[in-house]
Design a protein around this ligand. Structure first.
Ligand code: PEP
Length: 264
C-alpha cells in the first residue's frame, strides 16, 4: 500500500488568461488580487498571463504565495524560431509552470500529441512544471470515444518522461465543449475521466505516482461550481479561463473551501 502521507495532493488552481491583459492591466489585477490572498491559502495558486506580461506579474508576485506560469513554450533551447519562447527564457522570468497542449493550441495552431510530448520533455528538463491539457471535443464525446481520446493524449504526452519526473507533472482534463462555453462537465462526467486518467498513470507508473499526480478540471469553472467539482475524489484543482480575469471571481474560486465552510 502506498504511504498516504506521501500522496496527499495539495489542490492547485491555475488561471489561464489566454490573450487578455497588457502589462498595465496585469499590474492592476495583481494589485487588487494579491493583498486579498491569505498568506497560507491552503491551495497552490498559479497565474499564467500572456508572455508580454510575465515580467510585470513576476515582479509583483515575488514573496507572495502566488506562482507564475506561461501559456505555451517552444521545445528548443534557442535558435532560429521566430516568435517563439524557450523554457530557459521562461525560467529566467521566474516562471515555475507552463501550460502545454491547451486545446486552443491544438485546434487553432495545429499542435499534435507528439509535439506536446516534445514540449513536456523540454519543460521538465528546464526544471519547470508542465500543466498538460487533454480533453475530447463534443463530437468525440457524442461518438462515445472520450476515454479513448484522452487515453491517447495522456500516453503520448508522457512518452520518454523520466519516471522521477512523472510525479511533478500536472494534467488538466478540459473537455473542449466546456471551454469558454458556460457549459461545465457535471462532477460525475469529470470524475469518470479523472479516474480513468489516474488508472492510466497507475498502469504505467504504479500506485504511488498515480496517487501523487494532480489532475485539474478545466471548462467553465466558476465560483458557483468549484466546490462541487472539488468534492470529487480525483479532481485536484482547476484550470480557469474566463473566471480568472476578474480578481474577485478568481479569489472566490481560490477560496472555495472557506466559502463552503461559511455557507457562501
Ligand atoms: C481554459 O482556458 O483553459 C478554460 C478552461 O477556459 P474557461 O474557464 O473560460 O472555460
Amino acid at each position: 500500500m502506498p504511504d498516504q502521507s506521501s500522496t496527499q495532493r495539495r489542490p492547485l488552481i491555475a488561471a489561464n488568461w489566454k490573450m487578455f491583459k497588457t502589462p498595465a492591466e496585469t499590474e492592476a489585477f495583481l494589485k487588487e488580487f494579491l493583498p486579498k490572498v491569505s498568506s497560507d491559502p491552503g491551495v497552490e495558486i498559479v497565474i499564467c498571463p500572456p508572455f508580454v506580461s510575465l515580467a510585470a506579474a513576476g515582479a509583483l508576485m515575488k514573496g507572495t504565495p502566488v506562482q507564475l506560469g506561461a501559456q505555451n513554450v517552444n521545445e528548443n533551447s534557442e535558435g532560429a524560431f521566430t516568435g517563439e519562447i524557450s523554457p530557459g527564457m521562461l525560467a529566467a522570468l521566474n516562471c515555475t509552470h507552463v501550460v502545454v497542449g491547451h486545446s486552443e493550441r491544438r485546434q487553432l495552431f495545429g499542435e499534435t500529441n507528439s509535439g506536446v510530448n516534445k514540449k513536456m520533455l523540454a519543460v521538465l528538463k528546464q526544471g519547470l512544471i508542465p500543466i498538460v491539457c487533454v480533453g475530447e471535443t463534443l463530437a468525440e464525446r457524442e461518438a462515445g470515444t472520450t476515454l479513448a481520446v484522452v487515453e491517447r493524449q495522456v500516453k503520448e504526452a508522457l512518452v520518454n518522461i523520466p519516471s522521477a519526473d512523472t510525479k511533478k507533472i500536472v494534467i488538466a482534463y478540459e473537455p473542449v465543449w466546456a471551454i469558454g462555453t458556460g457549459r461545465t462537465a457535471t462532477p460525475q462526467q469529470a470524475q469518470e475521466v479523472h479516474l480513468a486518467i489516474r488508472d492510466i498513470l497507475k498502469d504505467q507508473y504504479g500506485s504511488l505516482t498515480s496517487l501523487s499526480v494532480r489532475i485539474l478540471y478545466g471548462g467553465s469553472v466558476k465560483p458557483d461550481n468549484m466546490a462541487e467539482l472539488m468534492a470529487c475524489e480525483d479532481i485536484d484543482g482547476g484550470l480557469v479561463g474566463g473566471a480568472s480575469l476578474k480578481p474577485d471571481a478568481f479569489l472566490d474560486i481560490v477560496n472555495y473551501r472557506q466559502r463552503k465552510a461559511a455557507g457562501r
